[in-house]
Write a protein that binds this ligand. Structure first.
Ligand SMILES: [Mg+2]
Length: 235
């Protein structure tokens, strides 16, 4: 039996990484106007990683890291109007329409009819709440957890708080690092549905120690059948 089926949100229920990658290419175009600006995706990524401990995940953090990277790469020559352009990019991202992935509109209401669904997402509270509201999926989830990070401790505390036995908990998500490996580590079950783009920070080395202990699906349309199978197997 499964007591709770939990879903990641970004790049599991709706498109997210595509928005970041589009913004990043506009950021690159903006910096290309500075002749000496030595653009590198690596520089932005390194700034984001350094800033995680200050700002956490999310669009606003990404924006501050773009501004910091622009100042650094242009040697301080970036103009105020271009900083404004970066701020405008961020505001655009924050208001971008939520585009659901294929099958989500069908499977979430169907699963919610006879399962307890939970949403577990990390990032900026205000932005994630706004996206859940814009997605119209909120009512299908009995519980929504917006957490600063998704590691084994965080999953353990969510399970404890809701009184869920790990073996009766299933997590569905696109990130091995955030949605699958920590859930397996606490004794839960997991279904990995990879998205075509993965942020470098979420990638896991080829030596995946938990490989074989979770299910991998091509798309969410395959999930109901998998859940039916797991329902029969789970203790
Ligand atoms: Mg995700």
């Amino acid at each position: 039996m499964l007591d709770v089926i939990a879903f990641d949100a970004d790049d599991t229920l709706w498109h997210n990484e595509t928005l970041y990658s589009k913004t990043q290419s506009r950021f690159r175009d903006l910096l290309a106007r500075y002749e000496q600006a030595d653009w590198s995706e690596q520089a932005l990524y390194e700034t984001e990683m350094r800033n995680l401990r200050f700002y956490g995940y999310g669009i606003k953090s990404f924006g501050l890291s773009m501004i910091e990277t622009a100042i650094k790469l242009t040697g301080g020559r970036i103009q105020a109007r271009d900083i404004q352009a970066i701020i405008d990019l961020i505001k655009e991202m924050l208001q971008a329409p939520v585009q659901l992935l294929d099958h989500v509109e069908d499977i979430i209401p169907a699963l919610a009819a006879d399962h307890t669904l939970m949403l577990i997402t990390k990032g900026d509270l205000l932005d994630q709440e706004a996206k859940i509201a814009r997605s119209d999926l909120g009512p299908y989830f009995a519980h929504v957890e917006i957490v600063p990070d998704k590691n084994a401790e965080v999953y353990r505390s969510i399970l404890d708080r809701h009184g869920i036995r790990p073996e009766r908990f299933l997590m569905v998500g696109n990130s091995l690092r955030s949605d699958i490996l920590p859930v397996i580590a606490v004794g839960g079950q997991a279904v990995h549905v990879p998205y075509h783009l993965t942020w470098a920070h979420e990638t896991v080395s080829e030596q995946n120690p938990a490989s074989g202990s979770y299910v991998v699906l091509e798309h969410l349309g395959q999930l109901p059948a998998t859940i039916g199978k797991l329902q029969g197997e789970a203790p």
